[in-house]
Design a protein around this ligand. Structure first.
Ligand code: C2E
Ligand code: C2E
Length: 177
């Protein structure tokens, strides 16, 4: 029964939680924040040039990259943190009791670990990086879709600035002021 229940909320390829569980966790953390003022951060992580990996080395290698990424993330986070696959090569991480600055420490630690990994295919070695965008729940913003939008804007800023980096939503605001 347990396995069956888990399969509804877990992404089969990576073992990360799926979108459904993402939504549930978001709801829970927001209501927690409203009740107790406990903050949380949301980080979006998107693999850089992932299409190129699939095109050059094939989908099986692409799958291996996604699985390896998920393993690295899981090894780097706390049990309280919730790691989800958002779709394709995009992932999300909830960090309860963690502000954006601390969340950046976590994401940058994962970024370093992942970028250092050598992948092998077709007698070649290659590395993969990812870009991150982070936002934090605030009194002014406690709406799920707005938080995703903020993290996504920050992620876009990381991509735009050359990838393999992390942008905090507040930095992003400063940057466009
Ligand atoms: P640090 O590794 O430089 O992390 C600094 C801060 O980033 C942490 O402060 C925490 O607020 C946040 N942070 C880092 N990693 C994670 C994470 O995986 N999940 C979440 N939600 N937040 C994270 P904090 O908690 O006061 O910890 C201070 C220092 O204590 C850390 O500095 C680290 O050196 C050590 N530490 C705390 N817990 C652990 C742990 O479970 N494993 C290891 N290896 N070190 C830990
Ligand atoms: P956990 O809190 O679930 O963290 C799991 C793993 O996430 C840690 O494995 C570490 O690789 C990473 N991690 C979590 N928080 C941090 C952090 O703040 N900084 C860094 N650099 N890495 C972090 P690890 O280190 O083998 O720790 C295993 C478990 O031991 C942790 O599970 C936690 O329950 C406990 N632990 C280890 N160090 C500390 C610590 O400094 N403070 C507390 N309160 N617990 C710790």
């Amino acid at each position: 029964k347990r396995e069956w229940q888990e399969s509804i909320i877990v992404d089969e390829l990576t073992g990360a939680f799926n979108r459904k569980h993402f939504n549930q966790t978001m709801k829970q953390l927001i209501s927690d924040f409203k009740r107790t003022g406990r903050v949380f951060s949301l980080a979006l992580m998107d693999l850089d040039h992932f299409k190129r990996v699939n095109d050059l080395y094939g989908h099986l290698v692409g799958d291996e990259v996604l699985q390896t990424f998920a393993d690295i993330v899981r090894r780097s986070i706390r049990v309280e943190d919730t790691f989800c696959r958002f779709g394709g090569e995009e992932f999300a991480l909830f960090l309860p009791n963690t502000d954006v600055a601390s969340a950046a420490v976590v994401i940058e630690r994962i970024q370093e670990a992942f970028a250092a990994l050598p992948f092998r295919a077709k007698n070649e070695r290659f590395q993969v990086t990812f870009s991150g965008g982070i936002t934090e729940v605030t009194e002014a913003e406690q709406q799920a879709d707005k938080l995703v939008e903020q993290a996504d804007q920050a992620l876009y800023a990381s991509k735009h600035a050359g990838r393999n980096q992390t942008t905090l939503y507040s930095d992003h605001l400063l940057a466009i002021k």
